[in-house]
Design a protein around this ligand. Structure first.
Ligand SMILES: CC(C)(COP(=O)(O)OP(=O)(O)OC[C@H]1O[C@@H](n2cnc3c(N)ncnc32)[C@H](O)[C@@H]1OP(=O)(O)O)[C@@H](O)C(=O)NCCC(=O)NCCS
Length: 174
């Protein structure tokens, strides 16, 4: 039997303390954009959840729920203008939940949801070169390495590569 280990659902204000508990982690900050505050407080969490709730539907941002607890976040940023057929995917989960396959499952689910609900042909993510766990989760979820963007970002004072992983919407059969 194929048991689900997580589900994606809407963020609720009641998730703020759990979100702050998971996100207030230097190892998580080190792998995300500087837009993520560090330290990460419950006030940051409430603001994030209020912003998520105010976004138009379909959902761009969801929580990764394990046994009723919000243990992480996953979302897409659809692009505009000529790039409106593509979206960037981003995610993190609390450290105590790492390496159980949760993110792989969440990426699969978010990707399917996004292709079904947005006019997208392509979804991509750009983990830093050193972020093997994220690259591995993307590979397991069906993404392929399309390019290495050399020296494309600076994080924590280090210039880093970004590995551009992508997946395309399947064309309907004949
Ligand atoms: C990246 C992250 C989301 C992965 O979540 P996760 O739920 O642990 O991912 P999964 O368990 O689905 O897959 C991780 C895989 O990487 C592997 N892995 C982890 N660290 C590794 C390492 N240093 N070397 C090789 N493989 C590694 C795991 O063993 C697992 O692969 P396996 O199932 O084949 O054994 C999580 O580590 C995280 O939140 N990190 C901080 C934020 C972040 O990096 N976000 C993504 C930005 S692009």
């Amino acid at each position: 039997m194929n048991m689900k280990i997580c589900r994606l659902r809407e963020w609720q204000l009641a998730d703020a303390s759990s979100l702050a508990e998971q996100a207030d982690n230097f190892k998580i900050w080190l792998n995300l954009r500087d837009a993520l505050p560090h330290p990460y407080t419950e006030e940051h969490a409430r603001q994030f959840i209020s912003n998520a709730a105010a976004m138009p539907r379909p959902h761009r941002l969801m929580t990764i729920d394990v046994d009723g607890k919000a243990i992480g976040s996953i979302g897409i940023t659809p692009h505009i203008d000529v790039e409106r057929i593509s979206a960037e995917l981003g995610y993190f989960i609390g450290e105590k939940y790492w390496n159980r396959g949760i993110t792989t499952e969440a990426i699969r689910e978010m990707t399917a949801y996004a292709f079904n609900n947005f006019p997208l042909l392509k979804i991509y993510a750009t983990p830093f070169g050193h972020n093997i766990a994220s690259q591995r989760a993307l590979q397991k979820a069906g993404f392929e390495l399309e390019a290495i963007l050399k020296r494309a970002a600076v994080k924590n004072g280090q210039v880093v590569d970004m590995h551009y992983y992508s997946i395309f919407k399947e064309e309907p059969g004949p």
